[in-house]
Write a protein that binds this ligand. Structure first.
Ligand code: FES
Length: 77
């Protein structure tokens, strides 16, 4: 698998409470930060999550966050 660029910055989105989301963990999705099925055959699966409450969240696109799917600033390292 190709290593994702460290220049990928987080994407801020308004998420709904109790809605199921599928965060792309492989870096191949064309619908970042969400899974579009491009991980097929990679052995990587999307990370399913729900927001604790409705609001704006910054989701990781560099795939290096230690708090995925949320950005933890790792793209700056
Ligand atoms: S496209 Fe990346 S995890 Fe599905």
């Amino acid at each position: 698998m190709e290593t994702p660029s460290t220049n990928f910055t987080p994407i801020g989105l308004d998420l709904e409470a109790d809605k199921n989301y599928a965060w792309c963990a492989c870096g191949k999705s064309n619908k970042q930060p969400f899974c579009d099925g491009s991980h097929a055959g990679s052995g990587i699966s999307p990370q399913l999550f729900k927001a604790e409450k409705a609001g704006t969240y910054y989701l990781c696109t560099c795939k290096k966050s230690g708090n995925a799917p949320y950005c933890d600033g790792s793209h700056k390292k």
